[in-house]
Design a binder for this molecule. Structure first.
Ligand code: FE
Length: 237
């Protein structure tokens, strides 16, 4: 089959969070959907490899924050491409604690939900958590929720490996280029997270001056968003 047909399915982008034994964690999910209205129930799909799957299983509660279109790369990088085994994702994140004790991210979000797990379904690589919505409210009604399509096509984001919608890069056909840009203006994209290295801008946060070609980046330079190595980048048109 053509795996790119999956891209025609519509999704949003969310941060799903939980806490167990004073350990908070959360991850970026695109597979959050309302299952029923009465009672209000949401379902979320979470990779068994995610620390969050274990934490939600243990605590029996989770929160969902609905991200907006201008969500920062830093927030997406922190929750989407880094593991709670390596960093405390909440140390630099705006959030509050819900009635059930779960953290609820407020940063770059338009609304939130707090849920109690009613069922946990093992679907192979992922766990599907079906939760009753206990509470929820708007955070920023002036902002528009981001869709997964906007994230992919406008923000040039790529699903991380643990996402249910992840497609191996070798299975995705590379679009033929119409006009090849001169090599010295060449931008490179991170195949893990979608970050674009633009030589005109450099990467000042990592000490890379504007005007530095990708080829001239030090070999130990890594993607500022997800930490991928230079070999995980390819040229874009
Ligand atoms: Fe990256």
């Amino acid at each position: 089959m053509n795996p790119e047909t999956f891209y025609t399915l519509s999704y949003g982008l969310y941060i799903v969070s939980s806490e167990s034994k004073e350990r908070k964690n959360g991850y970026v999910a695109n597979t959050v959907f309302q299952v029923t209205a009465i009672p209000s129930q949401l379902a979320v799909s979470c990779s068994k490899n995610n620390l969050s799957a274990k934490i939600i299983s243990k605590s029996g509660y989770f929160s969902v924050s609905v991200l907006h279109k201008d969500v920062s790369e830093e927030l997406l990088g922190r929750f989407g491409y880094k593991s709670g085994n390596d960093i405390d994702k909440f140390s630099e994140t705006q959030y509050f604690t819900g009635k059930t004790g779960v953290p609820i991210v407020t940063e770059d979000s338009v609304a939130w939900f707090e849920c109690k797990v009613l069922q946990q379904v093992d679907v192979g690589s992922h766990l599907l958590f079906i939760g009753e919505v206990l509470d929820g409210d708007f955070l920023d009604i002036d902002k528009e929720p981001i869709t997964y399509s906007y994230f992919r096509n406008v923000r040039r984001g790529v699903a991380p490996k643990n996402a249910p919608t992840y497609i191996e890069k070798k299975k995705v056909q590379k679009q033929p280029s119409i006009i090849e840009k001169p090599v010295n203006l060449q931008k490179w994209v991170c195949l893990v997270c979608g970050y674009i290295y633009d030589p005109a801008l450099g990467d000042p946060d990592s000490g890379i001056a504007p005007g530095t070609l990708f080829e001239d980046l030090p070999s130990d330079w890594v993607c500022p968003v997800c930490g991928a190595e230079k070999s995980d980048f390819e040229t874009i048109n």
